[in-house]
Design a protein around this ligand. Structure first.
Ligand SMILES: [Zn+2]
Ligand SMILES: [Zn+2]
Length: 351
């Protein structure tokens, strides 16, 4: 039995926290549900899931669709695309059966790589290795989610580099349907015609577009800031997300754009967040006076998830008083409403 291996390589960096990771989760479930009802896919398709943030790991080993059990998506800091590609190449070597003189191996694997960010590691050696040793024996489809992804890097990797500019529910569902149809048509073509050349479904250009020209490939700067805190009571980490909000300020004598960031959510994550992060402390800085709104702690309900210790760690507090910092274990005293609060610099995650 020749298998058709399908690898999903999914970006689970901080910027995916909240809605995006939920959509990815539901999308993967929907793909598998549909494939289970397709006779060709049931017979030939084997699925593996690799997640990557600061680290890349296999979260589902290559398995037939009938036995696939949906994984829990992790979240981590960093976007190690280079690391993810090396991990993928090692997985292909380990799991995909090669054709030899005596036996027919697996069909050419298809990889769906989905990312919404810019690599935080070096990707050039991974890309060269991929192009030299793997590009002709695997089909790689790379999809950029939204305009902050580095589509230039994806374009270097594969001719099937695409962008899903709008990640609203409706567009995301169409995108997932396209992935599903592509897997189905690939499995039909290996079953019916015994060819494993790329056979992707027709693209709805209004939703997903192939990246053609190489101009304008620079990713936009993200319009959000993500900060990592730890709950003082449970010690568990959480992510605070702030989104850019630019307003025209009109005055009698001048007009200007005032940029600040409004809180848009605060998400609990598990201790494994640190295992999926690359550990390098963020280089980007943001001044807290630009951040508006203080969320509550998503773990313990403390009123403010945004108190900062002298050590630089962010923690939750329920009001003024003494707290033990979950980062450095020292006692810190907080007093609110201090005059002349000019803000302070905090490290900002790079997801
Ligand atoms: Zn808390
Ligand atoms: Zn501290």
């Amino acid at each position: 039995m020749r298998r058709l291996p399908v690898f999903f390589v999914l970006d689970v960096s901080e910027s995916m926290v909240g809605e995006n990771v939920k959509k990815l989760d539901e999308g993967l479930n929907s793909i598998i549900r549909t494939l289970r009802q397709d006779p060709h896919a049931l017979e030939t398709v084997y699925v593996s899931v690799i997640a990557f943030a600061g680290k890349a790991r296999t979260i589902v080993q290559l398995i037939e669709v009938a036995s696939f059990y949906p994984p829990k998506m992790p979240i981590g800091g960093g976007t190690s695309l280079g690391g993810a590609l090396f991990h993928l190449m090692a997985e292909i070597d380990k799991t995909v059966v090669k054709t030899t003189l005596d036996t027919k191996g697996d069909w050419k694997p298809i990889i769906y790589l989905i990312t919404d960010g810019k690599p935080t590691d070096s990707v050039s050696s991974a890309i060269s290795k991929w192009k030299l040793e793997y590009a002709n024996r695997a089909t790689l489809v790379a999809i950029a989610l939204g305009k902050f992804a580095d589509i230039g890097v994806l374009k270097q990797l594969t001719e099937y580099a695409m962008i899903l500019e709008n990640t609203r529910d409706e567009d995301f569902k169409k995108f997932i349907a396209w992935v599903t149809d592509s897997v189905k048509s690939q499995s039909k073509s290996v079953s019916d015609t015994s060819t494993d050349n790329a056979n992707l479904a027709k693209i709805d250009e209004a939703v997903l577009s192939l990246i053609k020209d190489s101009k304008d490939l620079r990713p936009a700067d993200p319009d959000y800031v993500i900060l990592t805190g730890r709950c003082q009571r449970t010690r568990l980490p959480y992510l605070m997300k702030y989104e850019r909000n630019t307003q025209k300020v009109k005055h009698q004598d001048f007009a200007m754009d005032a940029t600040h960031y409004m809180v848009s959510g605060c998400y609990p994550v598990g201790e494994e967040y640190f295992e999926w992060s690359d550990g390098a402390s963020g280089q980007l800085k943001v001044n807290t006076s630009e951040l508006l709104g203080t969320p509550g702690c998503p773990h313990c309900g403390n009123a403010s998830a945004f108190a900062m210790c002298d050590c630089g760690g962010i923690l939750c507090v329920n009001g003024p008083g003494i707290a033990v910092c979950p980062w450095c274990e020292k006692e810190v005293e907080f007093s609110f409403g201090a005059a002349g609060s000019e803000g302070f610099d905090v490290n900002r995650a790079r997801g």
